[in-house]
Design a protein around this ligand. Structure first.
Ligand code: ZN
Length: 147
């Protein structure tokens, strides 16, 4: 049997955004949080991704930074505030925030609805120059049954 890393496609479904409140990550010394990491689940080789849910009033219980990895926070729902070093950034649906590894960061849901977001973590210096659309290659038309 192939490991996730050896497979060409890995698929998991964690349900609609409103169900992300039921995700559970337990870290010793901290209260459980509604979070799911995907690196091991999907066999990701060059990034870590997490699915996250903050209920109204939830605050990240600590400020943190990274040693090697930058992070991209993609806020899908909810409103809040993001602290990046001395800067305060309002969060709403569609807000995308990149933090360099050394950026000290914390955030909170200060709205009255659930906040859902993705966090993508990757080596700050690890992406090759060719990426995004330049790394893609058209190899054929869409499958017949998709047209
Ligand atoms: Zn982080």
């Amino acid at each position: 049997m192939k490991t996730e890393q050896e497979s060409v496609v890995s698929v998991r479904n964690f349900g609609p955004l409103e169900n992300w409140k039921d995700l559970v990550l337990s870290v010793p010394g901290l209260p459980p949080v509604a979070k799911q990491f995907l690196k091991n689940e999907l066999g990701l080789g060059g990034m870590e991704v997490s699915l996250n849910h903050f209920a109204p009033g939830d605050t990240m219980p600590f400020t943190h930074r990274h040693r090697e990895n930058e992070e991209l926070y993609l806020f899908l729902t909810g409103r809040g505030e993001f602290a990046a070093d001395d800067e305060r950034i309002p969060i709403e649906s569609g807000t995308c925030i990149r933090c360099a590894p050394e950026t000290k960061r914390c955030w909170r849901n200060s709205g009255d609805s659930p906040m859902t977001f993705l966090c993508i973590q990757a080596p700050a210096k690890g992406m090759p120059e060719v990426s995004g659309i330049d790394d893609g290659e058209v190899v054929g038309r869409a499958p017949e049954d998709f047209r």
